[in-house]
Design a protein around this ligand. Sequence first.
Ligand code: ADP
Length: 308
Amino acid sequence: MTYICAQNISKEFANTKALNNVSVSIAEGEIFGLLGPNGAGKTTFIRILNQIFTADSGSITINSQSLAAADVHRMGYLPEERGLYKKMKVAEQIYYFAALKGMSRHNAQHELNLWTERLQIQNWEHKKVEELSKGMQQKIQFIVSVIHKPKILVLDEPFSGFDPVNAQRLKEEILRLKAEGMTIILSTHNMNSVEELCNSIALIHKSEKILEGNLAHIKQSFAKNQYRIRFSGYVDTLMLSLNTSYKIIEQHKEDEQSEFVLELLDNSSANDVIRHCTQFGAIVSFSQVIPDMHSIFIDLVSREQTNK
Ligand code: ADP
């Protein structure tokens, strides 16, 4: 069921159309990926959701109620351009932001201790932000956005500046927050993180939404009729036996086994392929080729570019 509903959002700056009639629907407790190349309009959308900008037209509701300042106050927000005070000590800074969100110092202290442990931040207490590594600063900024346990969390490129180990740690924490019921909007270029985290996505390109839906459904809908087969047997004879209904997309031969991808060009089914292959040997594994989000993104964005 829709929790956050943006309808027909448009926003123009001077001569630039940043968003053109964009609608998205986000379910409670999901991780929603906001995707798109640079300049697509993602940050503008997030800023409208955060009431930093007002839309020229369109509306946003949360639980069917118009978005209100109190909703925004409760949200957690990790902006892409990080906003920590460099000269201020880490703990003081976190207590300051937590107080702005209405937390007592005692509560903030308790939560901060949990978070520094979860994200493995050591020796931070008496340091100023500028004395921390970039990755550490990122973690502190993340803590600022979640310390008050928001119901809605907006993360703009949360993985930038992280090494793979820390990016993985952050991914696990994001999944934990989701499991606790938080609704998370994730704006990113990092398609691996989209694959690992998002339930559904919207792809924005040149101010317009060009794709939206459940991630698994989208991937399935972009799948061609291709199958990856690991095979043991008379592979050369098998290949020669294939008629024009099959196209060999790739083929790797090893000593004992071969792996190949076949595209089915007419109405033949996976069962037909299996029946055919087993005449020449044994199928070791068989799976449909499902495209990853990275190739869907590149495919759609370049297709739109040539159309415009
Ligand atoms: P993204 O976050 O997807 O990279 P943005 O929402 O930042 O995209 O930008 C969308 C378009 O709106 C871009 O062409 C950008 O230059 C323009 N834009 C964004 N913010 C402003 C602003 N404050 N003033 C003028 N133009 C802006």
